[in-house]
Design a protein around this ligand. Structure first.
Ligand SMILES: Cc1ncc(COP(=O)(O)OP(=O)(O)O)c(N)n1
Ligand SMILES: Cc1nc(C(=O)O)sc1CCOP(=O)(O)O
Ligand SMILES: [Mg+2]
Length: 355
């Protein structure tokens, strides 16, 4: 090999090693700080250390003297996609792909210089595929939970008389600012429920909203919905979780501070807190009023801002009482459903919550 080609090879190996290690660290940070997953972040850290050790078989001075960042023509070539990362999922996917490519480059060019290093890199490339896919498979959960954290307005709707009406209703609700739409209908048959759940899920994915199915974890899973909402006497959260797996959301209705605390320990992703006021959709013997909202808001803000939605008879006319009690998240049916212009009613609630 000529000196020039040896230098070029070292330059490729040096740049690819930096890229691979950066990519591994990017994934590791998310597994550690985003998912709090000790096992996965440990796997990625171990791969990073193994790659570092393999690279260190190459004389450091040869790597460093081959490095020429200012003279690298590639630093001037930027694709627009490299600068667009809307979510943590995008960051992780880009890091996973960059790492795999860089490890492959080290492996191929490394064969010319140090076959033992190349073999070690190959072994870790396979380990990286496994860890990166485990991490990417966890990202839908992350996306849903991030979306939930920014959700203020949650609207419950029934299945409607037919598919076109349901489609128009759900689209209108998201357009009006609903962050979460729940399909809640105890009257329709399962065929209708699954058809509406699939339709709602598709609309939510198009507009970046969340779509939840009331009561039925089986329907939520089959439709690919974002999650299920269950009540105190329905499927326990642990059972709903067994059906839905770790990536989907589970909401639980709560009617006391004790139930709210238990909901969190049981793994519910959010709670409904009510009934606050007497409403038009469901009647109750007792109402928790704003006292419970005060208690829950004090606790949930301290508990890493656990998402809690006030529900029951909430309308534009009593929203200030809810907000004064410390709640910025509400779930409503009648206030939007019965309005002359549901999208406008949703928009008004949303604007006041976001203030
Ligand atoms: C967001 C939200 N909160 C509470 C409920 C009520 O659930 P549940 O007590 O199970 O009553 P039903 O809705 O099943 O009649 C909810 N659906 N959504
Ligand atoms: C379905 C439901 N669950 C409640 C609870 O407190 O658990 S209140 C409620 C009805 C919500 O509709 P509206 O906004 O029309 O009162
Ligand atoms: Mg229920």
């Amino acid at each position: 090999m000529t000196d020039e080609s040896l230098r070029a090879t070292y330059r490729i190996l040096d740049a690819s090693a930096n890229r691979a290690l950066e990519g591994l660290r990017t994934m590791e940070e998310f597994a550690r700080f985003g998912l709090n997953d000790g096992d996965l972040s440990g796997q990625l850290k171990s791969i990073r250390h193994a790659v570092t050790a393999a690279i260190e078989r190459l004389p450091r001075e040869l790597r460093l003297s081959a490095r020429d960042t200012p003279g690298d023509v590639g630093t001037l070539i930027g694709e627009a996609s490299e600068y667009h990362r809307a979510t943590a999922s995008d960051v992780v996917a880009a890091a996973a792909s960059r790492t795999a490519q860089s490890l492959r480059v080290i492996e191929e060019y490394g064969k010319m210089i140090d076959p033992v290093m190349a073999t070690e890199i190959e072994r870790n490339r396979y380990r990286c595929y496994t860890a990166a896919s485990q991490l990417e498979l966890r990202m839908p959960a992350q996306r849903r939970r991030e979306r939930l954290m920014t959700s203020l307005l949650y609207v419950l709707t029934d299945a409607g008389p037919d598919e076109p009406t349901f489609q128009a209703t759900v689209t209108e609700l998201y357009q009006g600012g609903a962050d979460v739409v729940q399909l809640r209908d105890h009257k329709v048959d399962d065929r209708t429920l699954i058809a509406r759940a699939m339709q709602g899920t598709q609309i939510a994915a198009q507009v970046g909203g969340l779509f939840i199915v009331n009561d039925r974890a089986d329907i939520a899973l089959a439709a690919g919905a974002d999650g299920v909402h269950v009540g105190q006497d329905e499927l326990p959260v642990s059972v709903a979780r067994r059906i839905l797996g770790p990536n989907r959301l589970i909401g639980l209705s709560t009617h006391s501070i004790q139930q709210a605390r238990e909901a969190r320990s049981s793994g519910a992703d959010y709670i409904g807190c009510g009934p606050v006021f007497s409403g038009r959709t469901k009647s109750f013997d007792d109402y928790v009023g704003t006292d419970l909202l005060r208690e829950v808001s004090k606790w949930s803000l301290g508990a890493d801002r656990y998402p809690a939605f006030a529900i029951g008879g909430i309308e534009a006319s009593n929203l200030d009482q809810v907000i004064e009690a410390g709640f910025r998240r509400i779930a409503v049916t009648g206030a939007v459903r019965d309005a002359a212009d549901p999208a406008a009613a949703a928009r008004e609630l949303k604007q006041r919550l976001a203030r």
